[in-house]
Design a protein around this ligand. Sequence first.
Ligand SMILES: Nc1ncnc2c1ncn2[C@@H]1O[C@H](COP(=O)(O)OP(=O)(O)OP(=O)(O)O)[C@@H](O)[C@H]1O
Length: 321
Amino acid sequence: MSTLEVCGLDVRFRLGRRPPRYVRAVSDVDLDLRPGRLLALVGESGCGKSVLTEALTGLLPSTAEVRGQAVLGDSNQTTDLLDADERTLREKVRGRLIGLVGQSAGSYLTPTRTVGAQLRETVRHLGAGVDVGELAARVQLPAAALELYPHELSGGTAQRVALAAALAGDPPVLLADEPTAGLDRPLVDHTMDLLAATAHEGRAVLVITHDLRAARRAADDLAVMYASRLLETGPIGEVLADPWHTYTAGLVAALPGEGFTPIPGHPPELSALPDGCPFRPRSPEHAATCTDDPRLVPYGERAVACVGDGAQRSSTRAVAR
Ligand SMILES: Nc1ncnc2c1ncn2[C@@H]1O[C@H](COP(=O)(O)OP(=O)(O)OP(=O)(O)O)[C@@H](O)[C@H]1O
């Protein structure tokens, strides 16, 4: 069973040479993806979620500077994804060790060929032994859909095609970047349930989403990102029932049914990030207790940044419950 352990991941984009200017898209991220679990990564637009997954799959442009480790493997063999060359990523990692599900299946399907033909080609390319009919059945894609062209697919069916393609090489890790964007609620639920099922078959699954309600439905774990940093991680039920970070509490309070109260203010520019806690300048409530150290500190299964003793007290409460 493969695990993906990300440690100290930093990504910054060089914007100019004189003077050198940078956008810090990912700062000091530690994250574990574990087999059999679905981790939802949430956070406001532009906080670095997609860049994080692009770093793991070597899909960043040449202006990106990447540091840290991302070790994928089991007790027999490991690969550091950040050290791997393009050939290794192309021939061994993408599709085989890591499956990718994008926002819109339409953006990578060829418009002039049927879904079935394209899935067969994917299976052949990966040298996978799986039958396309079987693959379709696993993601509840009706056999008739294999005869359709991409423009004939509904949003939900297109996402099932994307999932089938991502699973063709039977990768132990699946990364899905906003797989439910633009879908209506029943299709969001259905897509999330399918992703949860693929996790519970033994895969490590990461789903990027803006939809905390969808995350709550399907995820086992939650990671909350803000302005390039993770501010809180842990089992999703515990984190949402008792958020330790003020930002996480703000996301929960913004949910319909939980108050529908947006978080006031805006995230900072990633080209001008403060050295300490990036949320402190936005929230007087958080600033009152913030330690200004934005590194995640683990407390059992959970971890939180810049909350200090508050988390420890909460942790004791959580253990006592
Ligand atoms: N090639 C690039 N050059 C410079 N900056 C970039 C580049 N790609 C991404 N960024 C910046 O990195 C930051 C993080 O972008 P990213 O796409 O990861 O955000 P996100 O959290 O996935 O947002 P969304 O939820 O809207 O998809 C943004 O400020 C974005 O403008």
